[in-house]
Design a protein around this ligand. Sequence first.
Ligand code: FO1
Length: 336
Amino acid sequence: MTTFLSGGTGTPKLLAGAEEVFDPSETTVVANTGDDVELGGLLVCPDVDTVLFEQGGVLDREYWWGIAEDTTETHEELHALADAVGLEGGPRYLPDEAQTAGRELSRWRRFSGVAEFMELGDHDRAVHITRTGLLDEGQSLTEVTRTLADAFDVPVDVVPMSDDPVASIVHTPEESDEYRDEMHFQEYWVAHRADPEVEHVEFRGAESADPTPAVLGAIEEGPVVIGPSNPVTSIGPMLALDELHDALESTTVVAISPFVEDRVFSGPAADLMEGVGFDPSTKGVAEAYPFADAFVLDDHDDTDLDRPVIKTDTEMNDDEDADRVARAVADALEVV
Ligand code: FO1
């Protein structure tokens, strides 16, 4: 059995070409849920869904989120309705008292569906309606995720990191005319394209959230692979769960750096790393993962680490690239 810790792009890209190296029926994927939001009453789980859709063969691989060739009629109609009566777009948080009322899993990340600020495709929306309906019927997020995985014929076991709410909240140094001083990660990323200065990132709820028994069992059995995901907002919410962090200390862990020295392939990882006080580089990734037993680095990354390193070309543009990186991970597992 091998367990992958996954965010929304780097690790799903790796998994897409890893099946010859890591047997899918022997693979567990623990997905980050700090990115999740409730939008118009629907729980949207971007990182869980990217793994489900990729492994189910329906992912939109141009963006690495949503369903390929999806239509957006409902989304467009929501904007047309709002425009018709002058309702402003952008992230529309529900009032403070509503943030902690009702469905617990959606705490601290509840947005109105008026002129919805994230684009939900029509087929994608059907997934969120089904997920939210099953949660409201009493299932846990773990159970619902397994049901959705069956619906998409997903060959790996996909589990959310927790059945409890954890919300990734980005804090800026001060409130400005442009930006509030704290915002959910999806506001920071989707609405503001990572422009606000980051002071720190809070994982709200993490102190009282538990990793699920499925997650802890898979990590304890090991080995664990941390894909080239954003260490702050993709892996950080998992590390904020004390039991999960402790479990990583006593199992075999190989991590792939999403950086080549201080360059990152895509996304806001560098700004977020700097914001939380880590060097935005492979060196900083190694500091963020003190429990990692070995690293996979890019051929052009000469960072001197105090743990074994296997090198390969870590840029992944297709499944062949992912297969190469997966083989490097397998080599790294041999040397720890
Ligand atoms: N990313 C965007 O940049 N714009 C969007 O409108 C958007 C909508 C969206 C809807 C469902 C979903 O599962 C993901 C979505 N994403 C969107 C991606 C998401 O913001 C992030 O890339 C992940 O959370 C990072 O892992």
